[in-house]
Ligand binder design. Structure first.
Ligand SMILES: O=P(O)(O)OC[C@H]1O[C@](O)(CO)[C@@H](O)[C@@H]1O
Length: 405
């Protein structure tokens, strides 16, 4: 009999929205040599070192961070302390998982909990001096302050002068490959050595057709990383609003620091401010006004930091997305949550894995983890034949669309 995977035991909240998930194995992180294992055993130790170097945390915070590293690499899952504001919530999310080694629970779950525990270790939710201090704040600020960002913004601004077809392709390309720049990925990958090589699926034309068909509605963009990824996302947002393809936009961000550089409201404000002080100042000014008059709403929800896939969207969030004419999901983590963090055969139709989403959905994603769907068989054969770690190298990307009319 097949061994039950931990997240198969969990009751689905709403069977009508839950697709019949085929039997692809849930990705775990306990296999030495696997990509998820390297995230816990190679990437996280470096990340935690950088966090402790970037801010003068005191002995108690440092001790808690070291304990987290030990627990998440060699220990078992222990719940948040009872006074944590989300203690009960996590108890439920981790039902039947507590006490298991970290590597034996779903990778998505364990990684998400790792980031929540890091906030606990650094006092983000505890009353005291470190309350509300983003442990990744110094990295995010340094990225936005980098003088090369000025050149990138000048280039992004110039895209708006291109003829329509070229402009559209360039806007999508910038938003897609901007996703390669996430700070977590760069801890173990030298960005200089990673050249974007291939768009494995390009549903870009279908995406623009869908936007034209539904012009005048509300387009949602579920953001991923702050800084260099959020800037092109904001330029795309501005274009959708000024062109009338969207009458309104919702930009969904994380409610708290997560996966190193994930964007929160503070990061949106910093990015819009950066745009306003650059050659793309007119774009920044328009976005500022759009936020002010409600044409662009920045939204968040606790579920964006939940350790769960999007087929378990809470009803109120599903209802919100159902009101969008199209939802654009950015990045690797959103992709994992959309299709389910499973070792799908890569030729599994994208629509089969993502069709449960409440609105038409487009994924703009650089491949940085093992999960992938919707690839042509010949491409998979060729990529497998290279011997390259193509699923995780950040050199490949996809633009995939599903549920379009
Ligand atoms: O910022 P992104 O594109 O969501 O990528 C984050 C990715 O980084 C990792 O945490 C480690 O590579 C992946 O597990 C995750 O999907």
């Amino acid at each position: 009999m097949k061994k039950q995977q931990p997240d198969e035991k969990r009751q689905q909240p709403d069977e009508r929205r839950t697709p019949a998930m085929p039997d692809a194995p849930v990705i775990l992180s306990g296999d030495p040599g696997s990509f998820p294992w390297s995230v816990f055993h190679e990437r996280h130790p470096k990340l935690l070192r950088q966090v402790l170097d970037a801010l003068p945390y005191g002995p108690a915070e440092r001790r808690h961070v070291e304990q987290l590293l030990a627990e998440s690499t060699t220990g078992v899952l222990t719940p948040l302390p009872p006074d944590a504001p989300d203690h009960e919530q996590w108890l439920r999310w981790g039902e039947r998982l507590w006490g298991l080694p970290w590597g034996e629970v779903p990778f998505l779950w364990a990684e998400s909990y790792f980031y929540r525990r890091l906030l606990h270790a650094t006092g983000y939710f505890t009353s005291g001096a470190w309350h509300g201090v983003d442990p990744f704040g110094p990295f995010k600020s340094a990225e936005l302050a980098n003088p090369t960002v000025d050149d990138e913004l000048a280039t992004l601004s110039a895209l708006l002068d291109l003829p329509e077809a070229k402009r559209r392709a360039a806007l999508l390309t910038s938003a897609l490959w901007g996703n390669r720049a996430d700070l977590g990925f760069r801890i173990t990958n030298d960005p200089g050595s990673v050249t974007a090589t291939g768009l494995l699926v390009d549903d870009g034309p279908l995406l623009w057709r869908e936007l034209e068909r539904t012009a005048g509605g509300r387009v949602d963009l579920v953001a991923d990383n702050a800084g260099r990824e959020l800037l092109p996302d904001l330029v795309l947002t501005d274009h959708l609003l000024t062109s009338g393809l969207a009458a309104e936009m919702a930009l969904w961000v994380k409610p708290q620091p997560y996966y190193v550089s994930d964007a929160m409201m503070a990061d949106v404000l910093a990015a819009v401010g950066r745009l306003r002080r650059s050659k793309a100042g007119a774009i920044g000014d328009r976005l500022w006004r759009a936020i002010g008059d409600g044409t662009l709403t920045v939204r968040t929800h606790a579920f964006f930091c939940a350790p769960l896939p999007y087929h378990e969207l809470p009803a109120e969030l599903a209802a919100e997305f159902a009101g969008a004419t199209l939802t654009i999901l950015k990045g690797d983590l959103n992709y994992r949550r959309l299709v389910g963090d499973r070792l799908w055969p890569p030729t599994t139709p994208f629509a089969e894995a993502a069709g449960h989403f409440p609105s038409p959905v487009a994924a703009l994603r650089t491949l940085k983890s093992d999960v992938v769907t919707g690839l042509p068989e010949a491409a998979v054969r060729e990529l497998d034949g290279t011997g390259e770690a193509w699923r995780t190298s950040g050199r490949y990307g996809v633009v995939q669309v599903c549920n379009a009319g």
